[in-house]
Every structure is written in C-alpha cells, then in structure tokens.
Design a protein around this ligand. Structure first.
Ligand code: AMP
Ligand code: MG
Length: 519
C-alpha cells in the first residue's frame, strides 16, 4: 500500500501548547504539554513480531508490515508521511510520593492516525532520549519489550481494557542494565515496541500543571481531553464532572478485570494510570500463580508491597483522589468529584460481583455469594493452589457428585494439598448445592464459567521462555505465544503445555517470580 494514504491529524500537537525548544536536551519543561523530539536511529532495525489484528485495525496491510520500511519506521529510523514525533510532559506520584516532572523519558509518539473513524496514537517505547529522560538512556531491553508486546495483546484478548501493541523491532544495539540494582550491570539486546491507544493521557498529565499552579494549561488539557477522548459527553455545566466520573468508572472496570484474571500491574504510579481506564506501561507486572493476595512481582516494591495483587482496587482509588485534587481548581465545589469517586466504588462492586457470579457459575446473585468466593480464595491461598487452573477446573466439577479430582493440577505442594483437602471438599459440596439451586443448564453454566476463567494467561515463565529463545536469536516463540494468547478461554488441543502451572525451575528465577523496574 501507499503509506502516504495513512491519515495523521496529530491533534495533541495542534491544540495544546508545546515546548519552544526541540531536541532531547534534558530540562524542566514549563507551560507545555509536549516537546518535539525525533527518535534516535538504531543500527539494525529488524521486525521480530507484530500483531496482525492491530495492523488491520490501523489500516496497514501485511505487505506493508513485511516491507523494509516498516522496521525502519517502527524502529525509529524513518517516518511515514504525516508523522510528527513528540514526547509528552507529565508528572506523577511514584510509590506514594509526588515525583515532579516525569514525562515520556523513552516513549516518543509518532502521530495520531485516523482509521475507520477511530483515532489511534502510535507511540514508540525505547526510541531514544527525550527532554524527559533525566539520567537515563531512553532505551528499552528486549526482555521487557517482549513482555510489553505480548501482554498488551494477551490482555486485549482476555477482555481487559489495555493499550495495544503493533510491533516489536530489535535494534541491533546493546543496552546496559543492572537488573536488580545490585552492581551486576550487563549488556542486553535492545528493542522498540510500538504501542497503540486512542490516548496516552495519564492522571499525571493533569497533576503536573496543577502542582505548578499552571491553571491555564490545566484547563486547556482538561478541555482538550474531553473534546478528543470523551466526545460523547454532552456539552453543559456538568461536562467536567461527567468526565471525571467516567474516568473513575473506567478505572473501576479495568481493575475489576485485573482481579478476575489474576493480573498484578506492579507499578500503579499515577503516571501509569490512563484516563481511558486502559492498562498501560507494562513493566514488572505478573500473573498470580499460587494464589496470594499479598504477592507482587516487583522486587523494587518488595519492602512496602504497595502494589500487591489484593489491594489494587484501593490503590486505584488513591490514585483517583490524586487526580481529583489535581483538577479540583476547575470545580466550584468538591461534591461532583466526590460523586465520581463514589461511582468508582459502586462500579467496582457491581463488576466484581458480576465476575464472581460468572467465575463460580451461580446465575443470579444471592446474599452470601461473596462469602462463598472469599472462602474459595482463602482455600486457594492456604492450599497453595494455582489461581488460573483452580478457577478453570471448577467448570468441570459435577454438581451432582462433587469431588476434587479435576483440581489436582492446581496444587504446587502435596503437603499443602493434604492440609486443605477436607475444607476444600466441604466447600465443593456447598458450591455444588448453590450451583444446583441456581439451576442453569449445565452446558450454559460451563460456557459462562469458561468465558470468565481463562485457560491460557501470559504466565511469567511462559514469557521468560520466549525471551530466552529470542535472546538466543530465535524469535518464533513470541509469535507462538501470541497465537495461544489470542484465544485464552478456548480449549486448544495440542497446546496444553501453555496452560501448565509454573515449573519448579521458574520458582525463584529472575523474570518469572521476581522482576524489577529495570527495563
Ligand atoms: P515507568 O516506571 O516505566 O513508568 O517509568 C517512570 C519514568 O521513568 C517515566 O517518566 C519514564 O519515561 C522514565 N524512564 C524509565 N526508563 C527510562 C529510560 N531507560 N530512559 C529514559 N527514561 C526512562
Ligand atoms: Mg510510566
């Protein structure tokens, strides 16, 4: 295809104030939402993987993906007509502390593409320094890029709101990282991911002008965000309140989905919270395996465990309060903001309840169902059971003759299995009675339960296997994994190995049970 037919309008640049200086000199950028900066070319851009669905969504055909220009554009060495690269300016609260200006330190947006009536911002991650890179190099390593590429797509196919990923390009360059910040720096292969979303505006985008007392920029940013990203909101006196409430509700929906599938974001700083309620900035994320609400994959957060699995809802609320405070100068009173925060609670409770009913196959809600769920989660924890396998197996328990046979695969330790078995059998009896009472036809119930309880999730060790292979020069494991993750809730005969519980070798292996912010 002729790529000059791709239509970019780049509203972010045209409607918001920009930095007078171009280039990557590190600096505080005042009064501006973006800085013009070019990606830094790389030695040998090579396409390692792409998402065919995202390419199609963007109106980019397969021949264009395979043409040499594609790896050059999405590795940072060339531009398609209409692209106007920029880095966005924002701040954020990191691990509970106000961190000041952060900005896109290694992300560079190429433009906003209009395709099929929809707007998609294309953004390179790892494309070189920007004014916001502070002391760092603007690059990304292959391992974290594979993780971001695969997880973006896996989450989408699970039904979790997320930014998407178009491409993964190897740079042919080495990036030096000290993975656990313990004096063991080494060179690793570099890569660039192109991620895609209708908007990359974050809570921190508003926090920065608010913290600086720049109310003019704050107001322009809010009005721009509403106009561009929430055009369905009716003009009128309550428009900003409706906007805030929608952000709250979208965030609630996202976090409820994380809890459904066992996803731990790992770095829920306010600069990593999307106004569209999209999962964004895949870093040291992880998937709960042996169930533990206190688990976080992020060793950088090992002390406080601020971003552990079980409290993601509370953290999201805390982050929304930061956003409410940031935009409060634009509101005459606090009530509409409080109403938005209340809507978060209500939406989360409603969605979580819906997930509970589907995951357990219960039909219409009855009092006490939360208790049944809480007891099951407690058993998973005490029995050291794999969250994904255990929930998935529930659909196969016969409600007329419940037994724990189908749950065998979920246990990590025989000792824990033995300890929890009597209580588990008791729970299965009570669950079966509740299921019989609900009276859903068996086929229908199983269909609902399987749709809510994925068989295939992007387990940390699966991603690590694809990473190990890719670092040895074999990128095929990335596409294989992507193919499996495209249909997470379906049985995929021959691919059972991708649904296995974590093997012993991965228990303490870096990248599998332990990750850090170093990426
Ligand atoms: P993150 O924890 O990945 O969301 O990153 C927090 C901040 O650090 C953001 O402003 C990033 O752009 C910036 N950052 C992270 N890694 C790099 C890097 N290698 N080079 C430049 N900036 C970075
Ligand atoms: Mg970030």
């Amino acid at each position: 295809m002729d790529t000059s037919a791709l239509h970019f309008d780049n509203r972010f640049l045209h409607e918001l104030p920009g930095d007078a200086e171009a280039g990557s000199r590190r600096r505080e950028v005042l009064g501006a939402a973006w800085s013009q900066v070019m990606p830094t070319p790389v030695v040998a851009p090579r396409l390692l993987a792409h998402s065919p669905e995202v390419a199609t969504m963007l109106g980019i055909d397969e021949a264009t993906v395979q043409a040499p220009d594609f790896a050059r554009v999405f590795g940072g060495n060339a531009l398609y007509a209409g692209m106007q690269p920029w880095a966005a300016n924002y701040g954020g609260h990191q691990f509970g502390q106000w961190a000041g200006q952060l900005g896109d330190g290694r992300a560079i947006s190429l433009g906003e593409l209009l395709a099929d009536g929809r707007r998609w911002e294309l953004q390179l991650k790892g494309a070189g320094p920007t004014p916001y890179s502070r002391g760092a190099d603007g690059r990304a390593v292959l391992r974290s890029s594979i993780r971001e590429f695969l997880c973006s797509e896996a989450m989408h196919h699970l039904g979790v709101p997320t930014t998407r990923a178009l491409s993964l390009v190897a740079t042919g360059e080495t990036v030096v990282r000290d993975m656990f910040y313990d004096g063991h720096a080494r060179g690793e292969p570099g890569a660039v991911v192109c991620r895609v979303a209708p908007s990359f505006i974050r809570f921190g985008s508003f926090e920065l002008p608010a913290a600086r007392g720049d109310l003019a920029l704050l107001q322009r940013l809010v009005d721009f965000c509403i106009d561009r990203d929430f055009p369905h909101l009716q003009p009128g006196p309550s428009r900003r309140a409706d906007w805030f409430a929608e952000i709250c509700m979208r965030t609630a929906t996202m976090v409820a989905q994380w809890m459904r599938v066992g996803f731990v974001h790992g770095v829920m700083n306010t600069d990593n919270m999307s106004v569209l309620g999209l999962t964004i900035d895949y870093g040291p994320y992880g998937w709960v395996e042996d169930y533990d609400p206190d688990w976080t994959p992020n060793t950088t957060d090992a002390q406080g465990r601020r971003y552990r699995f079980g409290t993601q809802m509370q953290v999201a609320y805390w982050n929304l309060v930061r956003l409410a405070q940031a935009v409060s100068p634009l509101f005459d009173e606090a009530a509409p903001l409080q109403a938005g925060l209340d809507a978060f609670q209500a939406r989360f409770a409603a969605e979580d309840r819906g997930h509970l009913l589907a995951k357990l196959g219960l039909g219409a809600y009855r009092e006490g169902d939360e208790v049944l769920m809480a007891q099951f989660r407690k058993l998973l924890h005490e029995g050291e059971m794999d969250m994904t396998l255990a929930f998935r197996a529930l659909a196969d328990v016969d409600p007329h003759q419940p037994d724990a046979g189908v749950l065998e695969e979920a246990f990590y330790s025989p000792g824990r299995r033995a300890r929890v078995m009597p209580d588990l059998l008791d729970w299965l009896q009570r669950h079966a009675a509740r299921v019989r009472d609900a009276g859903l036809p068996a086929g229908e119930r199983r269909r609902i339960m399987r749709a809510a309880n994925p068989k295939y999730v992007l387990r940390n060790w699966l991603a690590q296997e694809a990473i190990d292979r890719a670092e040895q020069g074999d990128a095929a494991g990335i596409a294989e994994l992507l193919a499996v993750m495209r249909r997470p809730c379906e049985e995929q005969p021959g691919r059972e190995a991708f649904a296995r519980r974590r093997p012993e070798w991965a228990r303490e292996r870096a990248g599998c049970s332990m990750l850090s912010c170093s990426s």
